[in-house]
Write a protein that binds this ligand. Structure first.
Ligand SMILES: N=CN[C@@H](CCC(=O)O)C(=O)O
Ligand SMILES: [Mn+2]
Ligand SMILES: [Mn+2]
Length: 326
């Protein structure tokens, strides 16, 4: 990683293929700390927070997700052409009291996302619990509202859960209900599509709420490799009705055997190849403005396989955004 000395590269270190020539690059050799006035690129932004997971009675530990993700990304092969920045992690301590709450973390993240979008970057959020989505939306919506004609927003969530819970306070299970309410308050349509819903992990009340809100979804059992053509048409249909896409990948959508390091591992789940296919489609649309990976919990990921899978999905995202056609 440039802009830093050998001793201060944090997680960004790995193998250097000194005998392979100039194209033998890995992420740790290409990522730079985000400088001021940087040309547009992809900006990684960490959300080291599990306060929403805790409030949702889940298994804590996702606050360590961004660090584990960076470590897993560092040694991956670099094929991109555009700049790749590390915009650091957000901290949520308030200036007056020094207190950090879920809401202060979300506000800090939203502010950074808005600034990154404003500078022309494509931010990729490294979670953190899925409370990252309410934070991301606030940044995206603020930026969209500043446009001459506010775009039609769409949220594509790859997740075993709707995360439309009703609760007096926000948590990791409420972000898309919060976004729906925000859209209603702004007079915007709520366009939300979820891929990978586990019927056994969402109550009938949540299916009712999804139905009332006009949410499009596919069950986990409709997300097999054999369903790819029909998955493509769901994604294309959704993309056709929007201008700006927010893609959020909840790692508990993936099979529990591949992604045990989350608060609520999936029993069946969506195969990684299918998630990659969804990423390809969304990146190729040219509508992707913002993405993130949520729920990585290193404390229940002893062999690091969930972090490696999460890194692979971030790698795929960056690889596809980098393609000239994308
Ligand atoms: N972001 C995760 N949301 C899920 C968690 C489920 C669980 O912990 O069992 C939800 O609230 O439904
Ligand atoms: Mn989930
Ligand atoms: Mn989720």
């Amino acid at each position: 990683m440039s802009h830093k000395g050998e001793a201060d590269r944090g997680p960004w270190h790995g193998r250097i293929d000194v005998h392979e020539g100039p194209r033998a690059l890995r992420w740790h050799q290409c990522v730079t700390t985000l400088p001021p006035q940087a040309p547009p690129g992809i900006a990684l932004l960490g959300f080291p927070c599990d306060l929403g997971v805790r409030r949702n009675h889940g298994r804590p530990g996702a606050a360590a997700g961004p660090a584990a993700l960076r470590r897993a990304l560092a040694n991956l092969a670099w094929h991109g052409r555009q700049p790749l920045y590390d915009a650091g992690d957000v901290g949520g301590a308030t200036r007056d009291t020094g207190e950090t709450t879920l809401e202060t973390m979300q506000a800090a993240y939203a502010e950074r996302i808005m600034a990154l979008l404003d500078a022309g970057h494509v931010p990729i959020g490294l979670g953190g619990g899925h409370e990252i989505a309410w934070a991301a939306w606030q940044g995206l919506a603020a930026q969209g509202a500043r446009q001459r004609h506010p775009p039609r927003f769409g949220i594509l969530n790859v997740d075993a859960h709707f995360d439309l819970r009703a609760a007096p306070e926000g948590n990791s299970g409420t972000p898309f209900r919060q976004i729906a309410e925000d859209c209603a308050a702004r007079g915007w349509n709520f366009r939300y599509c979820v891929l990978g819903i586990a019927e056994a992990a969402n109550t009938a009340a949540l299916f009712d709420r999804a139905c009332e809100l006009g949410v499009a979804f596919r069950l986990d059992e409709e997300m097999g490799v054999g369903n790819l053509a029909s998955i493509e048409s769901t994604v294309f249909g959704f993309l056709a009705g929007i201008d700006w896409l927010y893609l959020t990948l909840c790692l508990d959508a993936l099979p529990g055997g591949c992604a045990p390091g989350v608060s609520a591992p999936a029993t069946i789940g969506v195969e990684p190849t299918v998630v990659e296919a969804v990423i390809r489609l969304t990146a190729a649309s040219g509508k992707l403005r913002l993405a993130d990976v949520a729920e990585l919990n290193p404390s229940v990921d002893p062999d690091g396989r969930t972090a490696r899978l999460a890194a692979r999905l971030v790698w795929r995202l960056v690889r596809e955004i980098a393609r000239p056609s994308g």
